[in-house]
Design a protein around this ligand. Structure first.
Ligand code: GTP
Ligand code: MG
Length: 264
């Protein structure tokens, strides 16, 4: 089974379409993906996020709402990952910005031996829509430089699509402390330190209006979190031979009924 965690904060407008598209996508790829379940994590929404999530629940795509007392995207993803029990887990944003084809590609890479496959808007083959204002773009470039020092070799730490072996994700999530938007960086540091093979795959990324990230409100906090991660994780180094792009023997996953074209 694949469990998909969706952190959602005041997403009553963007979530229904994302869940609808996900249901269609899963139905179209049922033979590859097998059983899929969605866990929507709502921790502080003041709108009808939980209701719209429950309304999307169906036999074709079961949707559960997970409550999380701590606020922030990082706290929500952590709670979601810890609520999973599947062999394969993933998280994605409620805005549906990442093209869903990434799911099958990530699945294929997992079968080839990756522990963690992350969507990237910065590797060859990705298609992204540029749209941020100059200030945010400059901030993002500075952020990428700092984040790159903590997870060398990873070009895009912040894409809201990450796919994991379930046990690997749960082990790292237990140690995750960052509650805000920089949690991806800490998660990747922890995963690397535990010896996980992390692979970046190109994604199609479309801007969806209604972002919950407000640079003026969250920007400084995201940088402060990076500094705290650097301090907390200063002793952690990747295990030799288990860095991004590395390979090892494929993991023992239950064989899917069929694989995407071009797979092993
Ligand atoms: N549960 C929960 N989810 C959150 C919180 N903050 C953000 N999210 C979710 O995190 C995901 C990503 O947020 P977006 O608003 O798309 O922001 P972003 O992707 O970082 O930035 P953009 O590039 O502007 O889209 C969405 O699914 C949000 O609902 C939070 O405090 N709690
Ligand atoms: Mg987004």
């Amino acid at each position: 089974m694949l469990q998909i965690v969706i952190p959602a904060y005041n997403e009553e407008r963007r979530l229904p379409r994302t869940l609808r598209e996900l249901r269609r996508h899963v139905a179209a790829h049922r033979g590859v993906l097998g059983r899929v379940e969605v866990l929507v994590v709502d921790n502080a929404s003041t709108d009808r996020t939980a209701e719209v999530a429950r309304a999307a629940d169906s036999t074709a795509l079961p949707v559960r709402v997970v409550r999380c007392v701590r606020r922030g995207k990082g706290a929500a993803v952590r709670a979601g990952l810890l609520a999973t029990d599947a062999d394969l887990v993933c998280f994605m944003d409620a805005d549906g910005a990442t093209g869903l084809d990434a799911i099958e590609e990530a699945w294929r890479r997992m079968l080839l031996g990756s522990d963690v496959v992350i969507g990237s808007r910065a590797v060859a083959g990705s298609l992204t829509e540029a749209r941020h204002c100059r200030t945010r773009s400059a901030g993002a470039a500075a952020y990428r430089r700092l984040a790159g020092r903590l997870v060398p070799g990873v070009a895009d730490t912040q894409c809201g699509f990450k796919f994991f072996r379930g046990d690997v994700a749960r082990r790292a999530a237990r140690r995750l402390r960052t509650a805000g938007f920089s949690f991806d960086v800490e998660l990747l540091v922890l995963l690397r330190a535990a010896g996980a093979v992390v692979e970046e795959i190109p994604v199609t990324w479309t801007d969806v209006p209604g972002s919950t990230f407000v640079p003026a409100r969250h920007g400084a906090g995201a940088f402060a979190e990076l500094a705290r991660i650097a301090w907390r994780c200063r002793g952690l180094a990747p295990e030799p031979g288990r860095v991004a792009g590395g390979t090892r023997s494929p993991m023992p996953l239950p064989a899917p009924a069929a694989l995407p074209a071009g797979s092993v």
